[in-house]
Design a protein. Structure first.
Length: 194
């Protein structure tokens, strides 16, 4: 995966919080790369950003959010707030994905999205990831990182607003097949049978 090659070597003992925080840094770096580039370079960097965001959010939705809901008392509220933020970001990403990167509205829209996504990442790290780490056994966090990597391998390449829950994705045809494969990969990685 290009993102992993850019972001450095993965570690077998890396836990899910470390992995997702590293991905957040890669997302920050890709926003900066898109902003600094122009022409074809901007288009390519934006394509890598969209891919990483889609992969990252799908992995969170399949692995991290369900665990966080169960891990601490306010997990449902924390996750629901993050899902709302993710849905809003996906809507803007879908709009940007249909735009030419040379469009005069592209960069202002992208920079507003960047601010929202970075605020979202900060909220995840403070309100969800750290609380998940505090309330989950270390070996389970390492196993979750393995499942996130499996989900990454099966994730869609474009954002799909309204797919924040597995139940909603059933209505989306081909995307549902990707989600099913992702869930299967996650279950296998987590050591669960279908």
């Amino acid at each position: 995966m290009a993102e992993r090659a850019r972001g450095g070597a993965e570690r077998a003992d890396e836990d899910v919080v470390q992995l997702l925080k590293r991905q957040h840094q890669e997302i920050r770096d890709l926003f900066a790369e898109v902003e600094a580039a122009s022409g074809q370079g901007r288009r390519e960097a934006f394509g890598r950003l969209v891919r990483l965001l889609a992969v990252h959010e799908t992995a969170e939705e399949e692995v991290v959010h369900p665990a966080a809901r169960r891990a601490f008392p306010s997990g449902d509220k924390v996750v629901d707030d993050r899902l709302r933020e993710e849905r809003e970001a996906k809507e803007v990403l879908s709009e940007l994905d249909g735009m030419d990167t040379d469009d005069p509205d592209f960069m202002p829209t992208l920079m507003a999205l960047r601010d929202d996504i970075l605020a979202h990442a900060d909220s995840e790290e403070r309100l969800e990831f750290e609380r998940l780490r505090e309330s989950t056994e270390p070996h389970k966090l390492v196993r979750m990182a393995k499942a996130v990597r499996a989900a990454e391998a099966m994730a869609p390449t474009h954002p799909h607003p309204g797919t924040e829950s597995a139940a909603r994705s059933i209505l989306l045809g081909p995307f549902a097949a990707v989600m099913d494969r992702t869930r299967d990969a996650v279950r296998k990685a987590m050591g669960h049978d279908k």
